[in-house]
Design a protein around this ligand. Sequence first.
Ligand code: NCD
Length: 378
Amino acid sequence: MTAASRQDAAVARTGIATSALVPSANAGSPEETRGGSAVRGMSAPAAANGPTRGAPRSLLDIEGLGRDGIVEVLRLAESFAEVARRPIPKVPALRGRTVVSLFFEDSTRTRLSFETAAKRLSADVMSFQASASSIKKGESLRDTALTIQAMGVDAIVVRHPSAGAPARVASWVDVPVVNAGDGWHAHPTQALADCFALCGALGRPLDGGAEMLAGIKAVIVGDIRHSRVARSVTQAFSLLGAAVTLAAPRSLLPPAPETWPVAEVSHDLDDALRGADVVYVLRLQAERGAGAYVPSLREYSARYGITAARASSLAPEVRIMHPGPMVRGVEISSEAADLDRCLVDDQVRAGIAVRMAVLFLLLSSGDGASGAELGGHD
Ligand code: NCD
């Protein structure tokens, strides 16, 4: 079967668009399309690859993914969101593959989201918790990563308190690595989920032009300094055409905010919110010492929190977003968090769909799961 007819057959059976699965004529060099995915910017680690396995792609940050990569993931995620609405929300796309989540930091939603995504693709899931592992006995990150690889896994999802750790893991192993949040650096799948949720809420079609957030003003407020989410969301929103404003006290801004792709940096939230379409709220990262950067939580909430009064002064169509976990009463009031236009639950749902898309694109290399195998329910 040719790639094109395989794709047609898969679409006919499942309704899942598989354009991402087959190398397209304009998808770049053979190096970029080896492995069946046209996703550019999912970077290939330095490690040598075995002769039968395509070049493993890793998703380390939004910069590396680029606008075309974002659009490809979002479009495929739309198909997987449709799978989630089926009575049995599961497809056999990655049957026989194993995904391991390697988490060196606390997490509820991100770990569960990746594991749910992998299971909905019928992959086997292994879970590693640093606090209950040989790390406690002094094992290095490299030895841990190589040990896990030797168990025969097909992808490693890494969360780590140090910026750059997932990239290091990707340089040691020969399977794809997905960054699930590293220090203050990046959290690409959260940003992809947020783009997907926001486009859905605004009714922006994912199959239109790549500038699907054109004309949108997004205000990102809170502890931007310590937030990997802020960096990735700023990049993703602005790549899709949004004008991003960062709003925070000087102490909670990163060292050179003007080097970020933003339209404006503000220390006055009410001023920044004028003309906004969406306000994206960040938690104070107490575990990274953020408490020491504000005079008092009460003052911080009054000036930078989405209080009940501030929420009710926003135009009714202004969307509120938060990556979670929310600390009600600090950066967001319960009144604001419980509004219908607060997209927190949509962001969680979107997270599963985009992680399914990312895992699928990274793992559906030509030798294993392919468009032809995407069929029906499991
Ligand atoms: C964020 C994180 O861990 O980076 N949460 C998440 O992954 N959804 C944000 C946070 O912890 O505040």
